[in-house]
Design a binder for this molecule. Structure first.
Ligand SMILES: [Cu+2]
Length: 215
């Protein structure tokens, strides 16, 4: 009887571990592909939202990405071609949280080391004005995204946000590296309600971090 009980308990534990790994492996968001431009470049269109507004974490900040059909998807995994100019547009709808390290308020790794913010060329922003960053550490790309005016009358509530709601439009380009999987993330501690702003969406793929799959 004792051997049987031990074997049954062991079997249940093994089954739970298997289920855990299956959920872990399948819980990542689906990847979307960059749209190929006629000039050989590839386009990525993203938005940063103050609250996702849907299950399972409606009040978390998040990135969203536009798929080639023009539909907003809740993913942070992007497929881009290797050694290609990637043109990025980010519609930023969130208020500022500020950067702890002002170094990250400067633009690096983009074409000309610049970003354009609502049409104006900038080499960086005031560290206190940052809502999020788009950063790919392995290839030194860092782009700070300024928060919206705190007095804006039409802030976005639920993702995906629309262009009629208060936002900043940020554009920049960078050259993709060789094939591989590159981590990217936001470096603003923007996770409201978490210890030092760094839990929840800041440590969950699909919200404030993701992968750039280069092939
Ligand atoms: Cu962020």
């Amino acid at each position: 009887m004792r051997a049987l009980a031990v074997a049954a308990t062991f079997g249940v534990l093994v089954a739970l571990v298997v289920v855990y790994f299956i959920f872990f492996l399948e819980s990542g968001p689906a990847a979307i592909a960059a749209t190929r431009g006629s000039d050989g470049s590839a386009d990525l269109t993203l938005q940063t939202v103050p609250s996702y507004g849907h299950h399972p974490f409606p009040d978390w900040v998040s990135y969203m990405a536009k798929d080639p059909q023009g539909k907003w998807e809740h993913t942070t995994i992007f497929k881009v071609p290797a050694h290609t100019l990637i043109k990025v547009t980010i519609y930023q709808y969130d208020g500022d949280s500020g950067l702890r390290n002002a170094f990250l308020s400067g633009v690096s790794g983009t074409t000309g080391d610049i970003e354009t913010i609502n049409g104006t060329v900038e080499h960086g922003i005031n560290a206190n004005d940052a809502a999020h960053t788009f950063t790919i550490p392995d290839i030194d790309v860092n782009v700070p995204l300024p928060g919206i005016n705190p007095n804006a009358k039409n802030p976005c509530g639920t993702a995906p946000c629309s262009l009629a709601e208060a936002h900043n439009t940020i554009t920049f380009s960078f050259r993709s590296p060789g094939p591989g999987s590159y981590r990217w993330q936001c470096f603003v501690p923007c996770a409201a309600g978490f210890l030092f702003g760094n839990g929840g969406p800041m440590q969950t793929i699909g919200y404030m971090s993701g992968l750039i799959e280069v092939s």
